[in-house]
Design a protein around this ligand. Sequence first.
Ligand SMILES: [Zn+2]
Length: 133
Amino acid sequence: MEESAFCLHCETENPPGARFCNNCGRPLDLVSYIAETRWTDRQTQVARQRGGLAALKEEAEQASQERMSRWWQEENERRQAIAQAQAKKRRQEQLVLIIAVVGAVVVLMALLLVALLVNRGGPGGVAPTAVPW
Ligand SMILES: [Zn+2]
């Protein structure tokens, strides 16, 4: 009488002469079992490599997106800096213009004052209405 076969994988007792385990379906003889286990290991390895590749690809994509968004951020900051610089320049130009206008008015008033004094101090004491302009 044949001995009952124990599964190498799950240790289930199988009826004598059985080639595959009733519980897990793996081959009951050692050589087949090792071959199948190796095959399964190889499949797992391949799957893991594929998963690794997919993860790598995803990582690369994510990195590229991050680079893109960082680039956009830098671009926006650059544009804001330029806009600020332009606004500052415009303000400075306006300030220079105001100073020039105020300066011109002050100079004009000084000239007017000098003209009045000169006329008043002139010969015969001519009235200040005789300003030439
Ligand atoms: Zn089994």
